[in-house]
Design a protein around this ligand. Structure first.
Ligand SMILES: [Zn+2]
Length: 350
């Protein structure tokens, strides 16, 4: 009689468990079939009322049923958990065939692009890039370049001063000329001659001046230096004309006008035929047909001597240009302040 009841309880409970489809219903099932007031628990509580002979067999069977229901509960719970996870996976599935969101890729700053274009041209011509410090001493920035304290050129190149006396931000890349000469003059060949120099010196320069569409307090500059035996003005003109052809086109014409710089003698400005109007005259070239591109000259004997090269035996030429100015001309950019304003509308155009 009690054995039948136990079997019936087991069958009913297992059948009910089959119908359970979520964790809430499973918890209800656990309370109903294994809880304190479940039929099985009541029946097991009544074991004491049985005779001594019946009790062991009933107790054994009762525990078997209890263990069977507990195992079924565990298995069902695991099955439900897995099913729910599968449903979630399907529901939250990612459609891998959807195109991704495009990533905004950065690009090189127009000044950097301009500089690299210049490096490429000068590298083809056998010049190496030589970098030197932006924080300089007054000695390297002025004195050794033949610009003593009283020289009027200093008025045009006021700069930013550090709290350390005579330590300043460089106003031009020219102090790099002295540094490269100091380094190369130590390298001697078998005849005792110092190493010849062919370098370009790019970098940021600083000046204390009013910020306008044509001038900023910081700007890129690139200059070049060639020093060796029998370097002449003809080498200067040939090299710079070749540079202009490689940079602006094989047919571009150039002209040299005399000028003055403290660190070169003689000195000149080089113009190229306006590549915007082909020399006919336009607003950019101020209707002259020519664009001023760079300053140049033969290295002043004093500067050569300050760099460690005997001016009676060696000579050299130097030139300097504003990479930003060249980029501005090529892209008809009218305001130098755009370069450092960080305005995406400007930067994205390059
Ligand atoms: Zn023009």
């Amino acid at each position: 009689m009690m054995l039948d009841q136990l079997n019936q309880i087991e069958q009913n409970a297992l059948a009910a468990l089959n119908a359970v489809s979520d964790s809430a219903a499973l918890e209800q099932w656990r309370v109903a079939h294994l809880g304190r007031n479940a039929p099985l628990m009541n029946l097991l509580g009544d074991l004491g009322k049985l005779s001594k002979e019946e009790r062991p067999a009933m107790g054994k069977r009762g525990n078997e049923v209890k263990r069977a229901l507990e195992e079924a509960l565990t298995a069902r719970a695991e099955a439900l958990r897995r099913a729910e996870m599968e449903r979630a996976t399907t529901r939250e599935a990612v459609d891998v065939t959807l195109p991704g969101r495009p990533l905004a890729t950065g690009r090189l700053h127009p000044a950097t692009r301009g500089l690299r274009q210049l490096y490429a041209v000068w590298a083809e011509m056998g010049f190496q890039v030589y970098r030197s410090r932006e924080v300089e001493s007054d000695e390297y920035n002025f004195e050794l370049l033949n610009i003593p304290k009283h020289h009027p050129a200093r008025d045009m190149q006021d700069t930013f001063y550090t709290t350390t006396p005579d330590v300043i931000l460089r106003t031009h890349t020219s102090p790099g000329q002295i540094r490269v000469m100091h380094e190369f003059s130590q390298i001697k060949d078998q005849n005792g001659d110092p190493a010849p120099i062919r370098v370009v010196l790019p970098g940021m320069c600083y000046r204390y001046e009013q910020i306008t569409a044509r001038a900023d307090i910081q700007f890129w500059q690139m200059e070049g230096l060639a020093v060796g035996k029998r370097v002449t003005m003809a080498n200067l003109k040939g090299t710079l004309s070749d540079f202009a052809r490689r940079m602006f086109g094989q047919n571009v014409r150039t002209r040299f006008r005399s000028d003055h710089f403290p660190f070169t003698e003689p000195s000149a400005e080089m113009d190229v035929e306006c590549f915007l109007c082909g020399g006919k005259g336009c607003r950019v070239c101020k209707y002259s047909g020519w664009l001023e591109i760079l300053g140049c000259g033969m290295v002043h004997p004093t500067v050569l001597r300050n760099g460690g090269y005997d001016p009676s035996r060696y000579s050299g030429f130097a030139f300097g240009m504003g990479p930003q100015r060249i980029v501005m001309l090529m892209h008809k950019i009218e305001d130098i302040r755009y370069f450092l304003a960080n305005d995406m509308r400007f930067l994205e155009q390059f």
